[in-house]
Design a protein around this ligand. Sequence first.
Ligand code: PML
Length: 270
Amino acid sequence: MANMGVFQLVIEHNLSSHYLFSIRMRAAANANDGGGEQHLSGCERLVPGNQVASVVQNLLRRISAHTRGKADMINIRIDKIKRAKIWQIPALKIESLEFATMEQSHGNAIISLMEFGVSEIAAHKGIELIKNLSASMRGGMVLNAVTGERIDNFGDRGVRLSHMDCKNEPAFLSFMAEYGVGGEKVREAVILASKAAFAKDYVAELCWSDDPHYVTGYVASKEIYRRLSPMKSKEDNIGGRVFFVKSSVNLNDLIDFFENQPVLVEVPRK
Ligand code: PML
């Protein structure tokens, strides 16, 4: 493992309250033997300089404990970001619904997506697209919320959301606890869904995890992060994300916001 003391020193040269550090990590298996790279996990943080070394160490620990395989490629990128460039946006409200079967959860996902403004045909298309993936994607697919047509051309990679975190971790964790949820997976997913929901011409999102031990997924609107369980069967290690957008969307602007605009998600005021 890298010498974190030296690493910390390098970061400390850049310590200033005017900056945060974006840490982006991606891990894959079969990346170096020509056998077809398999995406394992990705993570996004936006933290002060004095937390960079410990966050990187935690991410490396997480990768070594990963349930979907052993990583043979880990890419960690750290960028210094001016605080003045970071937008502060509200977290979505959280709801959790449990169903007896996956079919019932999918049925509720379709009803919820329609409540959020997605057409019935597009909602079905979203479910089918994730169900029929042959491998998990690093990012998500962008669909027209009326026609269900996929409009991004990012293929198997999908569009990734990047440069995001919560503004105040303890406050964010208590906010989640008020809704009866906790854990890194939910924290990351609420941050991602809240960022996506802030995009112009966004309508809704549908997602379930590629973790074979994790069957909860969610649908999200501009206001609600609605967790639904089970969205897939246990041992299934394929999951994915679909973003539904208005027909009027400017795809380049949407992708630029998703990938490049740094955001800190804050707990909504009561
Ligand atoms: C993921 O693993 O990337 C997606 C997690 C989706 C569900 C998180 C939750 O339980 O709310």
